[in-house]
Design a protein around this ligand. Structure first.
Ligand code: SAM
Ligand code: SF4
Length: 429
């Protein structure tokens, strides 16, 4: 979501005459921030401190946008003289006029979201993107689920689906600008449309976007186990352009902890959804999110989390140690788990999942997949990277002329985070 917002802010600024510059010559630095865990916020605080310590004569000016601005924006203004503007995630439409004001004066502005249902959005598509071939599109703002550990509903406001026509226009614009893969995003995409008062749902949107000309690939996230329904998986099975990777956060393997988290499902219900996905899609890749050390999590609860990881054999699990967030119910619950225990549980579950991911990836060696070549690999000369439909990263030798194209690759090696491969020359497949 922050990549999408940052790309749109960049697009809006460039189209009004701003130029993107390296940090040491920039007159303005904008942070698009996350509040999900304390660590995310600490990173921003230390970056602001670093830039402020070398700012001279009031330059560069710093603006802080997004969830962290919404959560602690006014204290950022108090603490850092170089921070001259803070702007909440539902007020991005007021960001550019705000920037004009602070650049023309010594003013300091706080544009925070006072009403969790109102929205003043940036009316631009992300045309100047971090990645030319892939683009995110937010399909719904906010979240109403109020999982007890989560800050998102408190900083991003109430759930609000975007109207489908606006989404289609954005898809068209992105496709015309070279995008080959669209990623539909929302905190819970499965409740898309529930606020419309008609029967247009996420599966309808998915089907409609998949039928649009020029849309080669579609992904979506995040799915919520309490709301993912069969109609979505049926559309996926009918439409080859919809990728087969599903992120379905389980968060805990203990029903007692899931209840305390207010997740709205049990492990049994979760298992039935996994079964439904695996029944309809021939080779789905299912990833998950899981928190260790939620308040009150005993060793037995943790063992249940280990059991679900072993049972469901996810392709990947985004694990995190529970991080208390001020203002959320879980932060005030009894039984906060000591840091050392969370760290030990995190290391154990990561080790178990690494072995599972390795075994799944090892079994792909020798297979052939189509990838969208979407960039240079982070390490290694002349190495490119692409993703399969199941969202596996493949690293392979190649040159810049291949960027943005779909190619068949043969998998030659595997690792935990990526696979290695080689391009199969066209005409020999
Ligand atoms: N809406 C999605 C969902 O329901 O999972 C994603 C929400 S959040 C942006 C991404 C992940 O952050 C969550 O799945 C959860 O595992 C993790 N997370 C959220 N709050 C957390 C907290 N207080 N401590 C640790 N991890 C947290
Ligand atoms: Fe947070 Fe739960 Fe909403 Fe996801 S569904 S954003 S975890 S409150």
């Amino acid at each position: 979501m922050n990549v999408y917002d940052a790309d749109r802010i960049r697009t809006a600024l460039v189209s009004t005459g701003w130029e993107e510059a390296l940090e040491d010559v920039a007159t303005l630095v904008i942070f698009v921030t996350c509040s999900i865990r304390e660590k995310a916020e600490q990173k921003v605080l230390s970056e602001i401190g670093r830039i402020e310590s070398r700012s001279a004569e009031g330059q560069p000016v710093i603006a802080v946008v997004g969830c962290m601005a919404q959560r602690i924006g006014d204290s950022l203004l108090d603490r850092f003289p170089a921070v001259r503007l803070v702007c909440g995630p539902r007020n991005l439409g007021r960001l550019l006029p705000g920037i004009d004001r602070i650049m023309d004066s010594r003013e300091r502005l706080s544009i925070l979201d006072e009403n969790p249902v109102s929205l003043e959005d940036l009316g631009v598509s992300p045309l100047f993107r971090e990645n030319p071939w892939k683009a995110y599109i937010t399909i719904a703002h906010g979240c109403d689920n109020f999982c007890t550990y989560c800050i998102v509903p408190h900083v991003r406001g109430r759930f609000m689906s975007r109207d489908p026509e606006g989404i289609f226009l954005e898809v068209q614009e992105l496709v015309s600008s070279g995008v080959r893969e669209i990623i539909l995003i929302g905190q819970n995409v499965n409740t898309y449309g529930h606020d419309f008062g008609n029967d247009y749902r996420f599966s309808s949107l998915l089907d409609d976007v998949a039928s649009m000309k020029g849309v080669n690939r579609i992904r979506f996230c995040t799915s919520h186990p309490k709301d993912l329904t069969e109609d979505v998986v049926r559309v996926m099975s009918r439409r080859p352009s919809i990728c087969t990777g599903i992120n379905l956060p389980i968060q805990s393997g203990s029903d007692r902890i899931l209840g305390l988290m207010n997740r709205g499902y049990t492990v049994e219900k979760y298992a039935s959804i996994i079964e439904m996905i695996r029944d309809h899609l021939p080779e789905p890749s299912v990833t998950s999110d899981l928190i260790v050390g939620f308040p009150g999590e005993t060793d037995d609860d943790f063992r249940e989390s280990v059991r679900v990881v072993e049972k469901f054999r996810f392709d990947l699990v985004h694990t995190a140690a529970y991080s208390p967030r001020d203002g959320t119910p879980a932060a005030r619950m009894d039984g906060q788990v000591p840091f050392a225990v969370k760290k030990r549980r995190l290391a154990e579950i990561n080790r178990i999942q690494e072995d599972i991911t390795m075994a799944i990836n090892d079994a792909l060696v020798g297979r052939e997949f189509e990838v969208l070549v979407d960039g240079f690999a982070p390490r290694g000369d002349s190495m490119l990277q692409g993703r399969t439909s199941a969202d596996k990263v493949v690293i392979f030798p190649g040159d810049a002329s291949l960027l943005g194209s779909f190619r068949m690759v043969r998998i030659t090696g595997s690792g935990n985070w990526s696979l290695r491969g080689e391009i199969i020359p066209e005409g020999t497949q």
